[in-house]
Design a protein around this ligand. Sequence first.
Ligand SMILES: [Zn+2]
Length: 215
Amino acid sequence: MFIGHYGPAFAAKPLERRIPLWLLFIAVQWMDVCWSVLVILHVEKLRIIPGFTEGSPLDLYFMPFTHGLFGALALAIVFAGIATLFFTTPRAKVFWVLVAAVFSHWLLDLVVHVPDLPLWQDTMKVGLGLWRWAWISVPLELAVMAGGAWLYVRMVPARKSDFWLWLFVAAMSALEIYNQFAPPPTDTTTMAVMALVAYGVLAALAALVDRSRAA
Ligand SMILES: [Zn+2]
């Protein structure tokens, strides 16, 4: 899952408004940020197989550290623990909202991935596999993202208008649909670098959108 992960980021903002939206955007992709880095370092492994599933050409056969159940929980606690240090007290809510934001990635991946998410080390892999049917997975991703954005719009009022927020949502939807029809990536390192760039750019745009709304 790619764009759908941003649904929980939008939805988490009203829960603890001191957390900037850009940080929530990084949080929900933190597992994939770490995965991209480990792919570049050839620690976690995948094959690019065009048509592997309708929704994704990636055969993610080895990613126990970032996408294993315990790895994901550890990444959530470490990310939230470090980020929370930059907030003033009270900190507990900031911490738990960030833990939930990071871990939401694993739960959404569980829905679309074929069984490649290990419950223990590199074994007992789970995944409901909705990526097998793009006509289900693509609308689902867009709906999860737009649903989160809708909550954010309702709960965090704009100073002037919602125009930029919805333009941002439309651009992310276009990116998701483009991704679906674009040729598969040529090699895993290029793919991982492009993913990191995309996460950075989208977080920066989220910061701009968030600034146009009430604190
Ligand atoms: Zn992932």
